[in-house]
Design a binder for this molecule. Structure first.
Ligand code: SME
Length: 151
């Protein structure tokens, strides 16, 4: 139920006519981070420089040094290449992982497709291990589809 309600609120945020795209994405990050206790950092990365790097977009949570991530590097960079949602139950068990904070224990990265092209992603970190289940995957993939409509 919570996911359904949150999906509706997210839709309302993304459909506002009075705000820019970045303002909508910022509001969405702030909403998700505030609404879901296990979502400790919520942000967007977008492909740039002819699909060689990801650049940090709007985010909610602690500032990160990783504003640019090469394709293939870390969980985000792997999703930029694979185009598939990546759920990491325990970040410490991952070799190809970029730590943004020592507090992070689990992570989910969901690609955003526009006209069949993977243009970026939603990245969520949690300070709790195993924080992301099937419902989170479905919910966030739906949100990624709504975000894609802004492009
Ligand atoms: N952990 C990510 C880097 C981005 S931060 O989580 C904000 C990764 O391994 O790609």
């Amino acid at each position: 139920m919570k996911y359904q309600e949150a999906a509706l609120v997210a839709q309302q945020i993304l459909k506002k006519e009075t705000t820019t795209r970045d303002e909508k994405l910022q509001e969405l990050c702030d909403y998700l981070e505030g609404e879901f206790p296990l979502y400790d950092w919520v942000g967007f990365y977008f492909a740039a420089q002819s699909d060689t790097v990801l650049c940090l977009g709007p985010f909610s949570g602690e500032p990160t040094d990783h504003t640019i991530i090469p394709f293939g590097k870390g969980i985000c960079g792997q999703v930029a290449v694979s185009g598939k949602t990546f759920v990491v139950d325990d970040v410490n068990a991952q070799d190809n992982y970029i730590a943004c904070s020592i507090d992070v224990r689990s992570e989910i990265v969901v690609p955003i497709y526009v006209n069949g092209k993977n243009i970026g992603q939603i990245d969520i970190d949690s300070h709790t291990a195993d924080a992301f289940g099937d419902e989170d995957v479905l919910f966030l993939e739906k949100i990624a589809e709504e975000v894609a409509l802004l492009f």
